[in-house]
Ligand binder design. Sequence first.
Ligand code: GGG
Length: 360
Amino acid sequence: YFLNMASKNSYRIASVPGDGIGTEVVSATIQVVEKLAKTLGTFKIDFEHIPWGTEYYKQTGRYVSEDYLDTLRKYDAVLFGAVGSPDVPDHISLWGLLLAIRGPLQLYANVRPVRTFPGTKCPLNTATDGIDWMLVRENSEGEYAGQGGRSHVGQQWEVATEVAVFTRVGVERIMRFAFETARSRPRKLLTVVTKSNSMRNGMVLWDEVAATVANDFPDVKWDKMLVDAMTVRMVAKPGSIDTIVGTNLHMDILSDLAAALAGSIGVAPSSNLDPTRKNPSLFEPVHGSAFDITGKGVANPVATFWSAAEMLIWIGEKDAASKLMGCVERVCAAGILTPDLGGTSDTQGVVDAVCLEVEK
Ligand code: GGG
C-alpha cells in the first residue's frame, strides 16, 4: 500500500482456486484479467494453476505440497479462491491450506475494503449513501496462533485451551499499518476494536500500543471500541465509521457483518499482505467455498474481481485495476447481478458483461 511499486510489466501469478465455488470465481476472474491485459496491451500476466485443496488432500494426505512455501515464493502474487469441504472437518482444511500460508509467509495485514456497489442495495436504511469502510485484520497471531491443546480427551473433565497470542512487535506493526491506511483515506478516521474489559492481557496490550502509535499520527482521529459495542455501531451508526483495526478473530467476524451490511458477502474482497514485500501477497474473496451453491453456476465473481484489482494495484498495475473496477461497477449499475444481490444473472453472465465492458 504505502510503497511505490515500480511496474515490471510481466507477472507470474499462482492461481490456487481451492474448494467449492473457489474454483468457479477464480476461473471467472482469470478470464476477466486476461481480457483486461490483452485489451490494454500494457502488461503481461500468466496465471499458473496450483491444485491444492480438498481433492489434493484426499489424494496425497496433505492440503499443499511439501515444498509449498518455496513454490509460492516463485510468484509475484497468489490469487486464492476458497477452502472448506463437507468431507473434511473445517479446522483441518483451514489449517491445511490458508492458515498454512498466511503465518509462514508473514502476510500479517489482511485488508478488507467494504463498499456498497452502484446498482446494489445496502440493507441499512440509516446509511443512505451506502457503506464505504476499510477493515484491517491482524492476520498472523492472536486467537489464530494455533496455541493450546486438549487433555483428558473424551472424559467428563476434558479440558481444551485456545490461547490468544499477542506480541508487541505483531500488534505494533498492524497498528502502524492501520494508522497509515486511515491516513491515506479522505476522512482520516480509525476505530481500534478490542475486548479489553474482559481480556486483560493481550487486549490491554492492544490499547497501550494504539495510544503510543497514535502519537505518530496526529492527523488521524481515532477512538477505541469494544467489539460487542462495535457490532451495534456498525448497524446503528454506519456513517460514524471509516477504517477499523482489530484482531484476527474479531475482524474475521466483523468483516462478514460489514460485507452483509454493504449488500452481500459476494462482493467483499481481501488482501493478505506482507507489507515488507519479502513474500508474495495473497488475494482472495472474503467468502468461503459455499458448497450449497457449488456447481450451480451462480456464485458471485465480484469479490474475486475486486481482489484481483487489489492484486493489480499491489504488483504495480494501478491503471489496469482502476479500469477493471470501473467496468465491474458499470456492470453492477446496469443490473447484471447474481442472485445474492437480487439479480438473475449467472456467474458467466457477469464475466461476459465485464469482458464486453473491458473491450469498450
Ligand atoms: N476465501 C476465503 C475462505 O476460503 N475462507 C474460509 C475461512 O473459513 N476463512 C477463515 C479466515 O479467513 O480466517
